[in-house]
Ligand binder design. Sequence first.
Ligand SMILES: [Cu+2]
Length: 120
Amino acid sequence: MNNTKYFLISIVFSVLFISCSNKEENEIIPSNVMTTSGHNFSPSLITCELGDTIFFELGSTHNLVEVSESDYNNNNSQLINNGYSLDYGESGFLVMNEVKTYYFVCTPHLPQMKSRIIVE
Ligand SMILES: [Cu+2]
């Protein structure tokens, strides 16, 4: 039982090390950063793997609210339970710890300004 646990832990650290070593000198991989451009998130769609970290950098007129799929489709900025949000102009990061599609909106720029992160 313990051996299995250590085996799994060492795999996790190996994967982390490999993915870190792919980033030259701790450079953040561009696809793991979501910024704002005009009245859009850039990029507006990121596909990543479970456990990846996504960095957000918001312009001063934009916020970020994680919403449900239906609120996303209906352009409502209702924060979901235990959802992630950033205030206007804030930066932050989110570790993607669920295999699902995350839905985000910018409150004042609905219905245009929305983004999704697909975790595989
Ligand atoms: Cu906005």
